[in-house]
Design a protein around this ligand. Structure first.
Ligand code: ZN
Length: 759
């Protein structure tokens, strides 16, 4: 018990009958990290905040920002940044625009033609304007369909269909006896981030890569196509970056440093993230004649898409000409940065962001999230005008250049690396938003925090808390009784880890800033992603039409930002975190064991003659090669580290409960040293060397998979070494990661000691 606990207990008695938002607060637990007194005040401010965001505003922001194409380098991109900045200023934020100079190729020549092996065919590479859709005809301002950061190339070669174009697909091709060496591959979108497809194709010797949208994934197989329904029409194309972002995101010419005007730059030829082979995206209208002209083996069952043809793998006789030539120019990007100065701890920053650039009109991606973030900024500004003083500094960011490669956020996080390492409490990101369930993903030290926020926001459709709705949805989806039991009993819902795909990447994985990504979704699907049809017309017909989930996102994000900004003790919690690390260690052991079992079994089958006996001479398969059995790995250092984490998480919880006993925590002033340690806790999960072969990625628990791109690989140095069968590297990585986790356990333990001592 401490000095202020006595006084807050008195305050609680005085206020215990005061109704707050219809509840009597006497029974309420103080918010995690708050004294009873400050919790009461915080709840009142948060209720006020959640009453402010308005669907009409969200609609009008979106209508304005999506009126014209607003990709990097366009006139309207700059105008949007200036408009958002003027709005931030109007809301009362101290706002400026920060500019960077980035490499941004745009197409000069594009061609895909069937030159042999079928009827001559020239791909349209064009999305037609539709009468009902008023912005679809802005062709003079639309970026043509292309994949940014494809190298220039002009190749003619036989075509091979490679399914999703991920490493497992090439293992299948090997069994079929098919090589892509010297060929052009055609891969369908999905099942990996798109940049993985040309990377893996080039590693296997292909000379070109075409990526198309199969109707099976987001076209007529899923539902009615636009404009009758939300799905991808025959000529709809998914634009997108193919830079090798799992190596490093951001401007390809300035890895690790901000792309300021006078930054030292690589030559274009030296940039490791530009593709090795030319790449173009096409529609299924354009893909069908190419795929129909393939013969060779019938595609394995899981490879068959939704076009009305028999899918063959090739190679040939279809022979394709692929040409890509870009203008390799520099573009200026405009990050909008708006601040509300903290009253007590101005040197502790809570950062919130969303990108503002789109591939074309970009209503869903990114404006459905961006408009909510703007409305949050307005709501916080209103609270400040009515007397609210956040303890910590709040920074709202509207990033530019997310689409080509997380450019705006990465360059900002690199430029301000030292400041962010010193000051950043957390980064909360959003991107697209829609109707449905709250998805919170991110740092497990914030798992409890994100659950707590979700308990205080009301779902627009069911009027349940968004937390309750997610919990019930997870029960409905759970595959096993064991999992359902966990969802029902565990205090907090588990949150997944972050891979990549949006602007949290540099904050979390380069700077070591605890991060969350939040957004609603799951009820409205569609097939307009990165096409000219992702616009105001589509969004207001097929997605969050009345902007109620935009409002819910503003309420969720605003609550999260306020609660971090005002907490006496920052609401990091390590029990959930340690529990998650334990599950990762279990997974890694199982992965190693499964790999060993699989190789041993296959070797046995090779010796038994299984592959010869089951080979159909008319559809021959190449038997797999004998592989050396993997050695046993030494997981002891990781086991010890995970246990140390669990131990210090318990110590911290004990210290927290003791400090909290009898009515509340000490005032935040005396908790300053504890907060400093809490802020540093995510930093300690990074190391200076970064991951093997990709030193830009410094976080030792979370990274985008080198061969998945969006999807996370947790404990990446160990997991990817096992997956890639680099056994010695795996053993070495175990020691490195264990060291990082031991270090983290010490930080948590000293936070526990400081908290016990805080008076
Ligand atoms: Zn986006």
């Amino acid at each position: 018990m401490n000095r202020s606990a006595v006084s807050t207990a008195l305050v609680l008695a005085v206020f215990s009958l005061a109704p707050v938002g219809g509840h009597v607060i006497a029974d309420e637990q103080p918010l995690y990290g708050y004294s009873a007194e400050s919790s009461r005040a915080e709840r009142q401010w948060e209720e006020k905040l959640r009453a402010i965001p308005s669907p009409e505003n969200l609609r009008s922001y979106m209508e304005h920002l999506s009126a014209r194409p607003h990709h990097v380098g366009s006139d309207y991109d700059k105008k949007n940044a200036e408009w958002i900045a003027s709005k931030f200023k109007e809301f009362g934020l101290d706002t400026h625009i920060e500019e960077f100079e980035v490499l941004f190729p745009t197409p000069k020549e594009r061609a895909v033609e069937l030159v042999d092996g079928g009827p001559k065919f020239v791909a349209k590479l064009q999305e037609p304007a539709l009468n009902v859709d008023p912005t679809s005809n802005q062709q003079s301002e639309q970026l043509p369909t292309y994949n940014a950061y494809s190298i220039d190339g002009d190749v003619t070669a036989p075509l091979v269909y490679v399914n999703y174009g991920v490493p497992e697909d090439y293992e299948q091709l090997e069994r079929l006896g098919i090589s892509v060496k010297g060929k052009i591959v055609i891969a369908r979108y999905y099942h990996s981030w798109r940049g993985i497809k040309p990377k893996v194709a080039a590693e296997h010797g292909a000379v070109g890569c075409i990526i198309y949208s199969d109707p099976h994934e987001d076209g007529f197989v899923r539902g009615d196509t636009f404009p009758a329904g939300p799905f991808r029409p025959p000529d709809g194309v998914q634009r997108g970056s193919v830079a090798d972002m799992p190596t490093y995101p951001g401007d390809p010419l300035t890895p690790g440093v901000g792309a300021t005007k006078d930054a030292k730059r690589l030559k274009i030829e030296e940039a490791a993230t530009i593709t090795k082979i030319p790449v173009l995206p096409i529609s299924y209208g354009d893909a069908q004649p190419l795929l129909a002209a393939l013969t060779g083996p019938v595609a394995p069952e899981g490879w068959r898409g939704g076009l009305g043809i028999t899918y063959h793998v090739g190679p040939g006789p279809a022979k394709v000409h692929l040409k890509v030539k870009s203008n390799w120019t520099m573009a200026t990007i405009y990050d909008v940065i708006g601040k509300i100065q903290g009253s007590a701890f101005p040197g502790e920053w809570v950062i919130r962001g969303n990108h503002h650039d789109g591939w074309v009109n970009g209503a869903e991606d990114p404006l459905s999230g961006m408009t909510a973030v703007m409305e949050e900024a307005r709501a916080l500004g209103e609270l400040v005008k009515s007397g609210w003083k956040p303890k910590r500094t709040i920074i709202y960011c509207a990033w530019d250049g997310e689409e080509p490669g997380l450019l705006g956020s990465t360059e900002w996080a690199e430029t301000h690396y030292d400041e962010l390492r010193a000051h950043a409490v957390a980064y909360i990101n959003s991107d697209g938003n829609g109707r449905g369930y709250l998805q919170a993903i991110g740092s497990h030290t914030l798992e409890k925090f994100s659950n707590d926020v979700a308990r205080d926001v009301t779902d627009p459709e069911t009027k349940l808390s968004v937390w309750k709705r997610v919990q019930l949805h997870e029960i409905a989806d759970a595959k096993t009784a064991e999992r359902r039991e966990e969802i029902r009993k565990r205090a907090d819902l588990r949150i997944p880890a972050l891979g990549s795909g949006s602007d949290y990447t540099a904050f979390l994985q380069h700077d070591g800033v605890a991060s969350l990504n939040i957004g609603f979704g799951g009820e409205d699907e569609g097939g307009i992603y990165h096409s000219v049809y992702d616009d105001f017309y589509w969004f207001t017909h097929f997605s969050d039409r009345d902007f109620l989930y935009g409002r819910a996102l503003a309420q969720t994000g605003g609550t999260a930002v306020m609660r971090l900004a005002d907490a006496d003790l920052l609401p990091f919690e390590f029990g959930d975190f340690a529990d998650t690390v334990e599950t990762y260690v279990k997974e890694l052991k199982k992965l190693a064991q499964d790999s060993r079992d699989e190789i041993r079994e296959r070797n046995r089958e090779i010796e038994e003659g299984v592959f010869q006996a089951t080979n159909d001479p008319r559809r021959p398969l190449v038997p797999p090669a004998h592989e050396a059995e993997p050695p046993f790995l030494n997981f002891a250092p990781l086991d010890n580290a995970a246990e140390a984490l669990t131990r210090s998480a318990k110590e911290y919880r004990k210290a927290f409960d003791a400090a909290n006993a009898g009515g509340g925590l000490a005032s935040s002033g005396s908790l300053a040293q504890v907060n400093a340690l809490l802020i540093s806790s995510e930093r300690h999960l990074t190391n200076a060397e970064g991951l093997p072969n990709r030193p830009w990625f410094k976080h030792q628990l979370y990274a985008p998979g080198y061969y998945t791109g969006y999807a996370v690989k947790t404990v990446p140095a160990v997991r990817e070494a096992i997956e890639q069968k680099h056994w010695q590297q795996a053993d070495e990585a175990i020691v490195v990661v264990a060291h990082v986790l031991q270090d983290e356990a010490e930080v948590i333990a000293s936070a526990a000691q400081k908290l016990s001592a805080a008076k």
